[in-house]
Design a protein around this ligand. Structure first.
Ligand code: HEC
Length: 91
């Protein structure tokens, strides 16, 4: 009986952590691409913890494409714009 409660607690914690990591990204056009593609090799913390200018995001995203991120050209533009708006340098 106790074991069952313990297991439920673990599952609950696990699920709520998933919900938390999904809400880490602000909503916007491109957030779904970032969530799908940019989590393939690492988590989102090096994105959400950073602030970059549009030029710097362009550079990073190009680098990721060279690493093998499967992005179409038109998706690169959407992603760079989304990242610049969401994780840009304060003006
Ligand atoms: C094919 C694998 C791969 C994919 C997909 C990928 N990355 Fe990366 N990324 C890496 C590697 C490898 C590094 C360097 C090692 C690390 O920091 O984990 C990195 C590092 C980073 C960094 C830190 C760079 C720095 O100089 O501090 C950022 C920011 C980043 N990625 C953003 C993105 C974004 C945005 C996307 C989605 C467009 C993405 N990544 C998708 C492989 C990938």
């Amino acid at each position: 009986m106790r074991t069952k409660i313990f297991v439920s607690l673990i599952l609950f914690l696990f699920n709520s952590q998933n919900v938390f990591s999904q809400s880490a990204l602000p909503v916007g056009e491109g957030s779904d691409i970032v969530e799908d593609v940019c989590t393939m090799c690492h988590d989102l913390t090096n994105i959400t913890d950073s602030k970059r200018s549009p030029e710097q995001w362009q550079f990073v995203v190009n680098q990721m494409v060279m690493q093998g991120a499967p992005l179409q050209d038109y998706e690169v533009d959407t992603v760079v714009e989304y990242l610049s708006n969401s994780f840009g340098i304060e003006k």
